[in-house]
Design a protein around this ligand. Structure first.
Ligand code: ADP
Ligand code: MG
Length: 321
């Protein structure tokens, strides 16, 4: 029902940045090589995501807007080996229940367009046969005024979207992203799979020239990424990004491991800029902890922490710091 979807929306679509996150994750799950994101008025007026992914079968499109009708989990045991970013089947119905949504999608053949407003199907019609999906979300929270009142200033909401897009781009260097806000291009990545290039597009080449590559692995795990030299720090931990199997996560223990890799090289209250990519067996990770999927449970966090510590401390030692 529309009400149940609006309740779920309370958790999944808190603000424009969460809409962007969910829709871009769907585009990544659909194996897109190019994802173009456009917003107007910090996403509250308009959000558009164009991807060149697999698209949705015209017969299945309306099902995709039903709650828990995910195509990504077939059986209960699949929950313990999730490889896709989405798996709860909540994003599309939630977003459609609190906005006006237009989706055009095609698997390569005849496409379909559906329009939803406030969770109800308004109309459907044929669409061009361009492989991929275009989704437009307008008038976000138009029918939930209490939610609208909770929005911060447009600048704050826009910077939340921008942070989110940066994280998604860093987590997927193999995808070419563009992000445009009110006609201004804020990010463009090449999609050539080079993490350092993505970091350059976000932070600028000067910052990137002060970052060093890290690597460590063992039989079960691999840690890769880039960390800044101790001379290049920020006053916030937010510049420490942890990416686990392509999913940006928040994890206090692993963040602490990054900091401890610097030993006594950091000044009090200063934190490095870093991107830590971890590859681990999905069976060791429970991603079904929270609706936004940013918190995960890891069965061997200690082992990952140790590897992060080793990768960073040895890379910095090589630089004779
Ligand atoms: P989930 O991602 O958890 O499966 P969503 O509500 O986000 O649930 O999406 C529902 C379904 O719609 C997905 O399982 C997928 O099959 C389909 N889908 C959504 N967006 C796209 C897209 N951009 N490209 C291809 N399929 C999509
Ligand atoms: Mg999804």
């Amino acid at each position: 029902t529309v009400l149940a979807n609006q309740i779920a929306a309370g958790e999944v679509v808190e603000r424009p940045a969460s809409v962007v996150k969910e829709l871009v994750e769907n585009a990544i799950d659909a194996k897109s090589t190019e994802i173009n994101i456009t917003v107007e008025d910090a996403g509250l007026k308009f959000i558009k995501i164009v991807d060149d992914g697999n698209g949705i079968d015209p017969q299945e499109v309306k099902t995709a807007f039903l709650r828990h009708a995910t195509s990504k989990i077939a059986e209960q045991r699949d929950l313990f080996r999730v490889r896709s970013l989405g798996f709860r089947g909540e994003a599309l119905p939630s977003i459609a229940s609190v906005a006006k949504v237009r989706m055009q999608t095609s698997e390569g053949g005849q496409g379909i367009e559906v329009n939803y407003a406030g969770g109800k199907l308004v109309n459907e019609k044929p669409a061009p046969a361009r492989k991929g999906t275009t989704i437009e979300v307008s008038s976000l929270f138009y029918n939930t005024p209490a939610r609208l009142k909770y929005m911060s200033s447009p600048n704050t909401e826009l910077s939340r979207i921008s942070d989110m897009v940066n994280r998604l781009a860093v987590s997927h260097p193999e995808v070419a992203f563009s992000f445009t806000s009110n006609g201004r291009e804020l990010l463009r990545t090449s999609g050539r799979g080079n993490l350092l290039q993505v970091l350059g597009a976000i932070y600028g080449m000067k910052t990137v020239s002060k970052m060093v590559k890290i690597h460590a692995d063992n039989l079960d795990l691999e840690v890769n990424g880039y960390v800044s030299l101790p001379e290049l720090t920020r006053a916030s931990r937010n510049y420490i990004s942890i990416i686990l199997n392509g999913r940006y996560i928040k994890n206090f223990g692993l963040t602490k491991a990054v900091i401890s890799g610097y030993g006594s090289k950091l000044m009090i209250g200063r934190f490095p800029i870093s991107v830590i990519e971890i590859k681990a067996d999905p069976a060791l990770i429970d991603v079904n902890v929270h609706p936004t999927k940013q918190e995960v449970r890891i069965s061997d966090e200690g082992q990952i922490s140790k590897l992060i510590y080793e990768a960073i401390s040895s890379a910095l030692a090589d630089k004779q710091l």
